[in-house]
Design a protein around this ligand. Structure first.
Ligand code: HEM
Length: 421
């Protein structure tokens, strides 16, 4: 269906087009199965989200919205909404890291941190991080993939994200263990993030979960104190020092990067590959390589790897004629809001009402957006850089995971002729 038709269609038809493709083997069908494998309640919540336009109250959950404008207005309203009290991710982290999180994650310290860290991930530094962290491993993968070998892209994504964490945080790594050492780093980030599993309705953690999370944070950030004074400015620790952050701020930010930028990025990488194949859009991208960046933006929109953003209401406010009261919870359904705009199309124009809702909005807008885009660019180049299409040979959806993702996605080059020779 052409782009303009999708967006101009009446809301009811847009809703139908979102779910119509849910049966069969199309791109949307695989996305639906992936979401329900991760968290069986997700498709139901997303389906409900179609009616949350602009906002709706769900007993036991709180307010939900899948309207991009309402979502942005809420995420841009720190006077009335917070992620620190119960219902927000900051509440989880304060229990693990300590009360200083209140200042650093959502208080005046957060503003200071964001202002200072503005230059951490620009297009340029992100491209450099990707080359440095991935160059060798990616070249190896590309050589065997282009030679016709099968490649498990979901596994490779986890390994590559492990490499990125090691590079960014300057983590000491055991040599001689190959990919396994990096898989382990990824799994540690996953474990830390999984602490948040099951917190959709309640963000108060039991003591044993707090203890496990603290032990992981210690493992990941203990080296920072010693490395802080001498870390190279090309590492995040060195850059944090150069921009005037304290050791504690650097440890907090490193933990956040680990949690926010591992599973989300790996999820997006394999799902982008699946989307390009399932939708057939890889052929259009090969024919119109000028749409590479649009294809990446679209993949982020359609996959929306962080499908929900939670906040709690600090003070009563009115939204679209409904009164939200202090203490209630609000959930922005990013996946639904983004997918209501239509299916994956590499040449879909920029959607001004959505902007980059897959990265959130307002003061907590994803810090690693340029890095995520650079990572996805490298994956698209790996898949299609030689001008030939690929196919998905086999796939497995990740079960009971916080961020919906493929546990395995085996791809292989099609055996057709090269396009440009
Ligand atoms: C496709 C990949 C990614 C997606 C979809 C994504 C999505 C998001 C979203 C939705 C938020 C806002 C959460 C909220 O408002 O509660 C966020 C915040 C954040 N992201 Fe990302 N993210 C991705 C990759 C990354 C990467 C690669 C990094 C860095 C290595 C990163 C670092 C952060 C940080 C530090 C925050 C917190 C910002 C703050 O609270 O001020 N993210 N991300």
């Amino acid at each position: 269906m052409p782009v303009a038709e999708d967006l101009d269609a009446p809301p009811r038809e847009r809703r139908l087009s979102l779910w119509r493709d849910g049966i069969g083997d199309g791109a949307a069908a695989h996305e639906h199965r992936l979401l329900s494998a991760a968290r069986p309640a997700l498709p139901l919540l997303n389906w409900l989200g179609q009616f949350a336009n602009p906002i709706m109250r769900v007993p036991g959950l709180g307010w939900i919205t899948a309207d991009p404008r309402t979502a942005r207005a809420l995420l841009n309203d720190p006077e009335h909404l917070t992620l620190l009290s119960e219902g927000g991710v900051g509440h989880l982290w304060a229990q693990i890291l300590g009360d200083w999180v209140h200042d650093l994650f959502d208080g005046p310290g957060h503003h200071d941190l964001r202002t200072r860290s503005r230059e951490l991930f620009t297009e340029k530094t992100s491209a450099a991080f990707v080359t440095r962290a991935w160059g060798a491993r990616l070249a190896e993968a590309r050589a065997s993939f282009e030679a016709g070998e099968e490649l498990d892209l979901a596994d490779l994504s986890r390994v590559l994200v492990g490499h990125m964490v090691v590079t960014l945080l300057g983590l000491p790594i055991e040599s001689g263990r190959g990919d396994d050492a990096y898989r382990e780093i990824f799994a540690t980030g996953e474990q830390l993030a999984s602490i948040a599993l099951g917190t959709t309705a309640d963000t108060t953690l039991p003591p044993q979960k707090i203890a496990v999370a603290r032990e992981i944070v210690e493992r990941l950030t203990a080296h920072i104190g010693d490395a802080f004074g001498t870390a190279h400015p090309d590492t995040i620790i060195g850059r944090c020092r150069e921009i005037g952050l304290t050791v504690q701020q650097t440890q907090g930010l490193s933990t956040l990067l680990m949690v926010a930028g591992t599973e989300t990025a790996a999820s997006a990488m394999a799902r982008t590959a699946a989307l390009l194949f399932d939708s057939g859009e890889q052929h259009r991208l090969l024919a119109m390589p000028q749409h590479r960046d649009d294809a990446i933006r679209e993949a982020l929109r359609v996959t929306s790897p962080a499908p929900l953003i939670g906040r709690s209401v600090l003070a009563d406010l009115d939204v679209a004629g409904r009164r939200l009261r202090a203490g209630e919870r609000v959930m922005v359904l990013t996946w639904t809001a983004n997918n209501l705009a239509g299916p994956y199309r590499i040449d879909r124009p920029y959607l001004p009402q959505h902007r980059q809702l897959w990265f959130g909005a307002g003061r907590h807008l994803c810090l690693g957006g340029p890095l995520a885009r650079a990572e996805l660019g490298a994956i698209v180049d790996l898949l299609l850089g030689d001008g030939r299409p690929f196919r998905v040979v086999e796939r497995r959806y990740g079960r009971k995971v916080l961020i919906p993702a493929y546990s395995s996605l085996v791809v292989q080059k099609d055996r057709g002729p090269r396009r440009e020779e």
